[in-house]
Design a protein around this ligand. Structure first.
Ligand code: ATP
Ligand code: MG
Length: 336
């Protein structure tokens, strides 16, 4: 089965081909980082317009590289939401048009299910598992007994972990998106130079809060002499990252204990973070839990994860009609 995946939920235009016999045959991503960098964040209208310009040429390029015609495909999977509504509509309308033109089945995929199933692109997932979803818009812990069944165990009360990385990076004068820059700078940081809060540390619920961290970093940074020197930026980055990673690890393993699962996983853009991967690997080993981090290319937004998730839906006999709607917000629910 050959499934074309389309992902346009935010600022990356991505198309991919998942072949159930060969795995991911193609995963093309056209980044809009340069377009939005100047504004310090994603400008929704600019993102939609850029998807409009880039998406069809990317589909053509993929088919040409694979020497395929549209009718050689077995289905199209498209991110239906959550995300920026204009950006999603460009992907969904394109997916529908391709399906109508070539008589292909369509399936809408929840973006977060895509992030979770990105783990299955590296190796078969060990299930049941607890998955920590950490991205630009989400920070939640999901219990996953099998593909297609998801139970939300808890999440953030305010900012997502990705936002915490991006907002603190901005305070430090680092480019957007800040997560990878904090990750890089923190490697040169010296422990113990700053002290940031771990909110809700004693709360028995599976909850996160990151808005206080941003305020704490602002208070510290406002007191520092300007311009900020590189070592200071590295030292602050180190402690910001430790504070975020501490909270994430605590809740992930608390949830794993509660559900008695044999495996834990990471999903979403922040799962590319080197320190988070290292800490989760070490803690999982201590507890004798299976853990394999997703490949870095499949951590941030990509259509390979959407194509694969779509294949799971098709293989289970599920498809959507051409009346499928996109949605800006909606929790991940089970479909199996
Ligand atoms: N190495 C890294 N360390 C920390 N954060 C990172 C790293 N790489 C990427 N990120 C963060 O990941 C986020 C982007 O992830 P992703 O593309 O999954 O988010 P999104 O699609 O915008 O949000 P969502 O998936 O919730 O809709 C950004 O906040 C970015 O800073
Ligand atoms: Mg994402």
């Amino acid at each position: 089965m050959r499934i074309l995946g389309i992902e346009t939920s935010c600022d990356d235009t991505s198309v991919a081909l998942y072949d159930s016999e060969r795995g991911v045959a193609e995963n093309l991503v056209s980044s809009q980082v340069d377009l939005h960098d100047h504004f310090g964040g994603v400008v929704p209208e600019l993102a939609s317009r850029a998807h409009l310009v880039n998406l069809l040429p990317l589909v053509d390029y993929l088919l040409e590289r694979q020497q395929l015609k549209l009718r050689d495909l077995d289905g199209v999977a498209v991110t239906a939401g959550p995300g920026l509504i204009g950006a999603l509509l460009v992907g969904l309308s394109t997916g529908k048009a391709l399906c109508a033109a070539a008589g292909l089945p369509l399936v809408g995929v929840h973006h977060i299910e895509g992030h979770i199933l990105a783990n299955a692109l590296t190796a078969d997932m060990v299930l049941p598992a607890v998955v920590l979803v950490v991205s630009g818009g989400h920070t939640e812990v999901v219990f996953m007994p099998e593909v297609g069944r998801y139970e939300l165990m808890g999440g953030t009360l305010d900012d997502a972990a990705g936002e915490a990385f991006d907002k603190t990076a901005k305070l430090l004068g680092l480019p957007y998106p800040g997560g990878p820059h904090i990750d890089r700078m923190a490697r040169r940081g010296r422990p113990g130079q700053f002290d940031f809060p771990r909110p809700l540390h004693k709360d028995p619920r599976i909850v996160f809060s990151f808005s206080g961290l941003k305020t704490a970093v602002r208070v510290v940074v406002d007191e520092l002499p300007r311009p900020l020197d590189e070592q200071t930026v590295a030292d602050v980055s180190y402690e910001v990252q430790e504070a975020i990673v501490d909270s994430l690890c605590q809740r992930l393993f608390q949830a794993a204990r509660r559900k008695h699962v044999p495996a834990v996983y990471l999903a979403g853009g922040v799962s590319a973070n080197g320190r988070l991967r290292e800490r989760v690997a070490a803690e999982a080993q201590k507890r004798n839990l299976h853990f394999l981090p997703p490949e870095p290319v499949y951590c941030t937004d990509n259509a390979a994860m959407i194509a694969y998730a779509g294949w799971c839906h098709f293989a289970a006999g599920r498809a959507d009609g051409l009346d499928l709607d996109s949605f800006p917000r909606q929790p991940l629910t089970s479909w199996r």
